[in-house]
Design a protein around this ligand. Structure first.
Ligand code: PLP
Length: 456
């Protein structure tokens, strides 16, 4: 933010030089004086200079129940007093056991086996390792190829990053290349002129089947997909796409992995979006973020009973899935997740999302009158407002810089945004009210209009 900073802020910014942040440009390490966030309450964050901002990205798609929830603080403190840690190999403890049972009851289909992880990347990584393990157990060592999509983001471990389809972020990084294949994502805005959304959906489903047949169904192990591509800019698939992809997977004995790291825990108005929004019971499901609303790190991989039965049926000898983490089912994280779920129930948060989401969509769609707004994508309480300064001469870099300028102006006026390429991405805490939505959209409009004057 282009404001005068207090001495305390400047001191923290100097120390921050040693904090290597995610996505850090190492040639400019320490050169950026970042906003220092000091406090947060509800949908607001306050920086160390005392400026209060709406938390537009909800932390990082994660602070679903909002900031400063005493119940979670109390649950975590109480759990730390009782039992701060134990080895999940040798024993169990109440929080993770109770949480696993509660999650299995909420999850779609027969996803009754909950494998706790430290976050989303490790949930995806574990899912992929389980896929390889599954096919080894079934005597199909060749069936190891994974299909993912351009624009997808699945994490930052070697394997999960390899399955991501955000090309810019693969620069200078090694990836698992021989087993991962990308197909186009189903962004309806990218359909050729004259093609209907239905026709485009047919084409995208055919892309998946063609890729499976090209590689050989006996070689393709899994298809991994976010129900709504989040970090890819909030890409909402056409009606029926997700369900039909699932049918194609079933037809060719390919596992369907739903990456619900973002879309679970109320973001789309349900605990899980796969079945309740898109009508699919996946074979595996990964989640994190809203599981604890970001208060402490935790992720989870759900595995279908069916896969366990298949493994058992494949032979008599025991088959250990030799994978896991020191912090699998961490009692403190599990206590936070349980308190988080209690808040969802007590505050009827899913109903609240159903009530405010139409207003969120309506108000954001009103931005379509602005000349630089090219596409507005909204589902539940997640949104991407895509900008293009000159549709006749598209220039991604200029559009991205424009969005950074919009973010600066919005911050000066009380809203933190998340620019993703040429889209402003929003996923506010689910507790946001219609009045707060009005304020958010008003500041975004101001940011877009002011930056436009400079750029046009
Ligand atoms: N999968 C999806 C869909 C995500 O959006 C993310 C993170 O944004 C991840 C996986 C990785 O999660 P984490 O950052 O908790 O490792």
């Amino acid at each position: 933010m282009a404001t005068e900073h207090t001495e305390a802020t400047i001191k923290i910014q100097a120390k921050d030089r040693h904090f290597m942040h995610p996505w850090e440009d190492v040639t400019a390490i320490g050169s950026e004086a970042r906003t220092v966030i000091a406090k947060a309450e509800g949908i607001y964050i306050t920086d160390s200079d005392g400026n209060r901002l709406i938390d537009g990205p909800g932390g990082m798609w994660c602070v679903n129940v909002g900031h400063g929830r005493e119940e979670i603080v109390e649950a975590v403190a109480a759990q730390m007093r009782d039992l701060s840690y134990f080895s999940p190999w040798s024993a169990t403890a109440a929080p993770a056991a109770i949480l696993a049972e509660r999650l299995a009851a909420l999850a779609p289909g027969d996803l009754n086996n909950v494998f706790f992880t430290t976050g989303g990347s490790t949930a995806v990584d574990s899912a992929l390792r389980f896929v390889f393990f599954y096919n080894n157990c079934l005597g199909r060592p060749e069936k190891k190829h994974i299909i993912s999509r351009v624009g997808a983001y699945h994490g930052s471990t070697y394997l999960s990053a390899s399955c991501s389809g955000k090309m810019l972020e693969k620069a200078n990084m090694d990836m698992v290349e021989d087993r991962v294949h990308l197909i186009q994502n189903p962004n309806p805005a990218l359909r050729p002129a004259g093609m209907s959304t239905e026709g485009f959906c047919d084409q995208k489903v055919e892309d998946l089947e063609r890729k499976i047949l090209e590689l050989g169904a006996d070689k393709v192990a899994a298809f991994i997909a976010e129900p709504v591509l989040a970090s890819g800019g909030v890409i909402i698939p056409p009606e029926g796409y997700y369900q039909r992809c699932h049918e194609v997977c079933r037809k060719h004995d390919v596992l369907f992995i739903a990456d619900e790291v973002v879309t679970a825990f109320g973001r789309l108005g349900h605990y899980f979006a796969s079945k309740d929004v898109f009508g699919v019971e996946p074979d595996m499901l990964t989640t994190a973020k809203g599981l604890t609303s970001g208060y402490v790190p935790m992720g989870a991989l759900f595995i279908s009973d069916r896969l366990m039965v298949d493994i058992k049926a494949a032979g008599n000898e025991s088959k250990g899935f030799f994978s896991g983490f020191t912090y699998s089912g961490h009692p403190v994280a599990a206590a936070a997740a349980l308190a988080n779920l209690d808040i969802f129930e007590r505050d009827a948060l899913l109903d609240h999302v159903h009530n405010v989401a139409p207003h969120f969509e309506k108000r954001l769609q009103e931005l379509a009158d602005l000349p630089m707004v090219r596409d507005i994508r909204v589902k539940g309480l997640m949104a991407g407002v895509e900008c293009c300064l000159d549709p006749d001469k598209p220039d991604n870099e200029r559009d991205m810089n424009f969005l950074l300028e919009v973010d600066d102006i919005c911050q000066e006026n009380g809203l933190l945004l998340r620019p993703v390429y040429s889209s402003a991405v929003l996923s506010p805490p689910l507790t946001i009210t219609t009045k707060q939505i009005d304020t958010l959209v008003g500041i975004l409009r101001l940011g877009l209009e002011t930056a436009w004057k400079k750029y046009k």
